[in-house]
Design a protein around this ligand. Structure first.
Ligand code: FMN
Length: 200
């Protein structure tokens, strides 16, 4: 999957598909370009996410490296993210439509589930990217006003994050602080995350 193999020490405590531990968020991207069809396959998986009343509130605005939108999105990133993310093959703005028309409603009403559902869609995107041999890395470290202006975000939409997508490249070109963090990170124990019954 990469010319720069990395040791993945992640070990699930319960049996799961390896895609969940194989997916991680690198910062060293190669020069490989992504085709629009390849990116649409990744977004297609997001399209099939579950959502409240099947409202499908997720909306994506994307730029392939070289597109006119790519640079303004890169410039909306904070300084830390600008060190690595502009090398990605594509940038995807993950947004959601805040209104929906549930069954029986006569007009659009606020959709209380738009953020939850769009989170599910982003997770599907990330997992499909792994299945397709790509890496994805979400970023909340952006100037939301700048990024929203760059994509002409409608008022009834919310921008959640930018996602960098690319192939893994040479980690040795990363600044020291980022290179040290360039490996799959662990998770909290399941017993810290899930209780049988009530929370204490
Ligand atoms: C909404 C969101 C915002 C994030 N923002 C940033 C960011 O601004 N910069 C960054 O380097 N990583 C960012 N990350 C990546 C997380 O740090 C990373 O997903 C987390 O440490 C788990 O690591 P993994 O994805 O490699 O499993 C973000 C992830 C999410 C989901």
């Amino acid at each position: 999957m990469s010319n720069f193999p990395i040791e993945n020490k992640r070990k699930a405590d319960h049996p799961i598909h390896s895609v969940f531990t194989d997916r991680w968020s690198p910062r060293s991207f190669s020069n490989d370009a992504i085709t629009e069809d390849e990116l649409l396959t990744i977004l297609e998986a997001a399209r099939w996410a579950p959502s409240s009343f099947n409202a499908q509130p997720w909306r994506f605005a994307y730029a392939l490296r070289g597109d006119s939108l790519f640079q303004p999105l890169a410039e909306s990133m904070n300084a830390a993210n600008q060190q690595w993310a502009p090398k990605a093959a594509a940038l995807v703005a993950v947004t959601s439509f805040k209104l929906s028309m549930p069954p029986g409603a006569q007009a659009l009403v606020p959709n209380g589930a738009h953020t939850f559902d769009t989170g599910a869609a982003w997770a599907c995107l990330a997992i499909q990217a792994t299945f397709s041999g790509w890496y994805s890395h979400a970023m909340g470290g952006i100037d939301f006003e700048k990024a929203s202006a760059a994509i002409n975000l409608p008022n009834d939409h919310q921008l959640h994050a930018l996602v960098a997508i690319g192939k893994r490249g040479d980690p040795s070109v990363l600044p020291d602080a980022l290179r040290e963090r360039e490996s799959p990170n662990p998770r909290k124990p399941i017993r810290e995350l899930a209780v049988r019954g009530k929370f204490l």
